[in-house]
Write a protein that binds this ligand. Structure first.
Ligand code: FBP
Length: 360
């Protein structure tokens, strides 16, 4: 498509903003800062084992006694540096930082909070598989904006339905930014020569029906009965209760998985399980489940804990983990229904079936 017919991310944001004449422009400027961080991370990731201009090659370093991937740490830094100075934020919280990051006093304080996972699925870096960044924008409490009290972790503990925007960047064969500012979900592809995101996937909708599911099946012995039942029924295929064959996918990179589901439907489960009683799920509510949940709902899909809509969960801590199910609406609703129904005896399913797990 010729350049003259393309819409840049900046143009898209300005056109969206015209619908709100009272808007200050802070929000658009914040999204552009985030996009800059994502472009810088895309650049670092693209150098792979060679290490980029930032020296950000794969591998691990020890930060305060904890093993962290080098690129995780550098990506975190890129988010902070790109977004702290503009006067749009009162603070940030990242999966890579134990405590929230307050905007340093020499920068103006703004009205938003930024929550992010700078490099999700980073174990895939070593094997050159797609990874991504995930972000979520919340409003900061007025007392913090006005400087009446310091920022605290509590300020970030807002249910997902209070997000004002969310998105992710996918560092795959092409780099994409997928974004919602509350008016549907729109995808932008990075032109690597111009260094500019262009609108390539307007108004993404998650197909309601699907024949594809994604779950780490090596955890099946730890699943709860409703999840076991759902997967068993998918595996039973045409001859089972679903009456159709399913495909299974597992990239172990949630952004890549979510992107596939936005493009062609499907369902993703990282459910609550019994593997580690101290962890009610693997993924994080604030950095992963809420932003992806917001995008899913904006695109006509659904996100849930299995028991309740994800966006209604009241967070209790910054790094809280949670069971996560998202994707095509009909499938997620079915999984929710299985959680509500009393478990049943099923002996017509070939794999994972354990009669003792199912009671009438
Ligand atoms: P990180 O937050 O440590 O990157 O982990 C998240 C994640 O990589 C997801 O992207 C992915 O869906 C999941 O973990 C993979 O888990 P598993 O190792 O069980 O396959």
């Amino acid at each position: 498509m010729p350049l003259s017919q393309r819409t840049t991310l900046t143009q898209f944001l300005i056109e969206q903003r015209r619908r709100f004449p009272q808007a200050s422009g802070d929000f658009n400027a914040l999204i552009l800062d985030i996009a800059l961080a994502c472009k810088a991370i895309a650049g670092s990731v693209a150098y792979g084992a060679l290490g980029g201009v930032l020296g950000a090659q794969a591998g691990s370093i020890n930060v305060q006694g904890e093993e962290q991937k080098k690129l995780d740490v550098i990506s975190n830094e890129l988010f902070i540096r790109a977004c702290e100075w503009g006067g749009h934020l009162a603070g940030m919280a990242s999966e890579e930082m134990d405590e929230p990051y307050a905007i340093p006093p020499h920068y103006p304080r703004g009205k938003y909070l930024l929550v992010f996972d700078p490099l999700d699925g980073s174990s895939n870096i070593d094997v050159n598989v797609s990874v991504g960044s995930i972000f979520s924008v919340l409003r900061a409490p007025q007392a913090v904006v006005d400087g009446e009290r310091p920022l605290q972790a509590q300020d970030f503990l807002q249910p997902g339905e209070r997000q004002v925007a969310a998105g992710y960047a996918l560092y795959g064969p092409s780099t994409m930014l997928v974004l919602s500012v509350g008016t549907g979900v729109h995808g932008f592809t990075l032109d690597p020569q111009l260094g500019e995101f262009f609108l390539s996937h307007p108004d993404i909708r998650v197909p309601e029906k699907t024949q594809e599911f994604a779950i780490n099946a090596s955890n099946s012995r730890f699943w709860e009965p409703p999840v076991k039942r759902y997967v068993d029924e998918c595996l039973a295929g045409k001859t089972g209760p679903r009456g159709k064959d399913f495909n299974m996918r597992w990239i172990a990179s949630m952004v890549a998985e979510a992107h596939r589901i936005f493009m062609r439907g499907g369902v993703f489960l990282y459910p609550r399980d019994t593997k580690d009683p101290s962890k009610p799920g693997r993924l994080r509510l604030l950095y992963e489940a809420n932003p992806i949940g917001y995008l899913m709902e904006q695109a006509g899909g659904r996100a849930s804990t299995g028991r309740e809509p994800m966006l209604q969960v009241q967070p209790t801590s910054l790094h809280q983990r949670i069971g996560l199910v998202f994707g095509s609406r009909e499938e997620v609703e079915r999984i929710e229904q299985y959680h509500r129904e009393p478990a049943r005896v099923r002996d017509d399913i070939p794999l994972f079936a354990e009669r003792t797990l199912f009671r009438d």
